[in-house]
Design a protein around this ligand. Structure first.
Ligand SMILES: [Zn+2]
Length: 273
């Protein structure tokens, strides 16, 4: 599940593979960039902001550009050595290939692929809240943005990238379990919002630098989460069956005993206030 930590890791892969390199070729397989050729362009750096990837380049005209991509649920970038077999995904999922003398970067099933002047990056990521893994992470600002809509469920508010950037469904479910907070709790009724935000940041940060996402400290298959992906399995704390319901546009997993309180799944949005 590409969340902020996965995107951060991906940005680092591209940084190691391409930073400083002059591209020897490019192959865009999306309509909006089909005629774009980055041959001769230089890669300045690779960065992430929330779940957005920003590959910053200098064109042959010396202008500064940013190649933006978003992984959503299923996208990925892989870096290969020249001549190495591309083993990542089926070829029909390839959206872009960037070649340099030392590495080939292949983007699979990327979304929102766009090439914009670096000065206009904000038009793509300016709406985002503080980046949990960014150099400018601002916990107070994230809390302020969350608290601005006190009636919204905390489960939905944590996923809104305008509040804080980087939390996806996995970390949302896990953070709320660890805090003992029902996902249907209105933001204004969450006992310790700063503590919840701080825990989200710690969980993402702990998963930087590895591809197996774990909130339990356990890295083997089946042991990496408390509630996410564990419907009907026993809660690791109390043994109650973990539940799964729709919340907003996404599903959520939770333990009804460890996360008590407001529990109005299915039509929670319509509940009387
Ligand atoms: Zn439990």
């Amino acid at each position: 599940m590409p969340e902020g930590d996965t995107v951060w890791n991906t940005a680092r892969v591209l940084q190691r593979a391409l930073a400083g390199a002059r591209l020897t070729g490019s192959d865009f397989r999306v309509p909006q960039l089909a005629t774009t050729d980055l041959t001769g362009w230089t890669v300045r750096e690779s960065a992430s902001r929330g779940k957005h990837l920003l590959l910053r380049l200098t064109g042959t005209d010396a202008e500064q550009w940013t190649l933006h991509s978003h992984l959503r649920m299923d996208g990925a970038w892989r870096a290969y050595a020249p001549g190495e077999r591309w083993s990542g995904r089926p070829a029909h999922l390839i959206r872009v290939v960037l070649s340099s003398p030392a590495a080939v970067a292949v983007g699979y099933h990327l979304h929102e692929l766009a090439l914009v002047p670096t000065a206009e990056e904000e038009s793509l990521v300016g709406h985002l809240g503080p980046d949990l893994l960014g150099p400018d992470w601002d916990a107070d600002e994230a809390v302020r943005r969350l608290a601005a809509d006190p009636d919204r469920t905390i489960g939905e508010a944590l996923l809104d990238q305008r509040n804080l950037a980087g939390v996806g469904n996995l970390y949302k479910c896990e953070v709320l379990f660890l805090r003992g907070v029902s996902p249907w709790t209105p933001v204004g009724a969450v006992p310790d919002l700063p503590g919840t935000v701080a825990l989200a940041q710690r969980l993402l940060a702990a998963n930087r630098g590895r591809w197996t996402q774990s909130t339990t400290g356990v890295l083997h298959r089946g042991g990496t989460s408390y509630v996410y992906g564990r419907r009907a399995q026993p809660c690791r704390r109390c043994g109650t069956a973990i539940r799964k319901e729709e919340l907003g546009e996404r599903v959520t997993y939770w333990c009804p005993v460890c996360q008590p309180g407001v529990e109005l799944p299915r039509n929670a949005q319509d509940r009387p206030r």
